[in-house]
Design a protein around this ligand. Structure first.
Ligand code: V4E
Length: 216
């Protein structure tokens, strides 16, 4: 394992398997009853970017600046969507050269020396207060639960498992479903996250286009 692989939060190219949930009043109590530990309480600003014709998000590519770092999430399988049932799978890129490569591919423009040079527009920006819990290790898979409160008055929870290969994704889907059930927050249908809710509240035309394109 190289040093980059040692820290999952800074991996470039890992697959994040997630399931969002509506955090009920009991969830924290249940987390502790399951042996979870509060890993961190953090606050960060996310700013999301797209081209004027929304080509990135309409291709299910989500480019953001979290504080000072660029991150891009896109579906791991070419041509597929990240939303699978009510869970999601996305590849997360954090290395700027890889992000530039993906953005130039999706926008069908030549590669540029930096992300700013693409002249993208910010379409959402908000602050999240996050409490991150870690559940005890089960069969070596690390399960993290985030309880997020965004500054526009929206709260959402998320169960997350990080895997390295497509072969591990099915098991990870089962794992996040199982954890949601244990937490008493399992819902058959997908729960909307912060960005989509922000768009619904502030940029309804963008939101409608994403719905029509079956991205959200
Ligand atoms: C909207 C979206 C993406 C960008 C936001 O990713 P999300 O995981 O919701 O944000 P956050 O702050 O929890 O990021 P983390 O800290 O976990 O990295 S990535 C994919 N989408 C589309 C999408 C969708 N279509 N459906 C659902 C339920 N979620 C996301």
């Amino acid at each position: 394992m190289n040093s980059e692989m040692a820290s999952s939060s800074h991996l470039s190219g890992h697959i994040e398997v997630e399931r969002k949930f509506v955090p009920g009043p009991e969830v924290e109590k249940i987390l502790y009853a399951l042996g979870a530990e509060l890993l961190e309480e953090i606050t960060f600003r996310d700013s999301y970017y797209d081209s004027p014709d929304l080509r990135l998000t309409l291709a299910d590519c989500w480019l953001r600046k979290r504080e000072n770092s660029w991150e891009l999430k896109h579906p791991p399988k070419p041509g597929a969507r990240g939303l699978t049932g009510a869970s999601t799978q996305y590849l997360e890129l954090t290395q700027e050269d890889k992000i530039i490569c993906k953005v130039s591919e999706v926008l069908a423009v030549p590669s540029l020396p930096n992300i700013e040079a693409f002249g993208l527009n910010e379409f959402a920006s908000f602050v999240t207060r996050r409490r991150r819990f870690q559940l005890p290790l089960e069969e070596s898979s690390k399960v993290v639960v985030d309880l997020d409160e965004a500054d526009f008055g929206f709260a959402v929870g998320e169960v997350e498992v990080i895997v390295q290969t497509q072969e591990e994704v099915q098991n990870a889907f089962q794992k996040v479903e199982e954890i949601c059930k244990k937490l008493g927050v399992f819902q058959e249908s997908a729960v909307q996250g912060k960005v989509c809710t922000y768009l619904q509240l502030n940029r309804i035309e963008h939101y409608k286009q994403l719905i029509e394109a079956h991205i959200i």
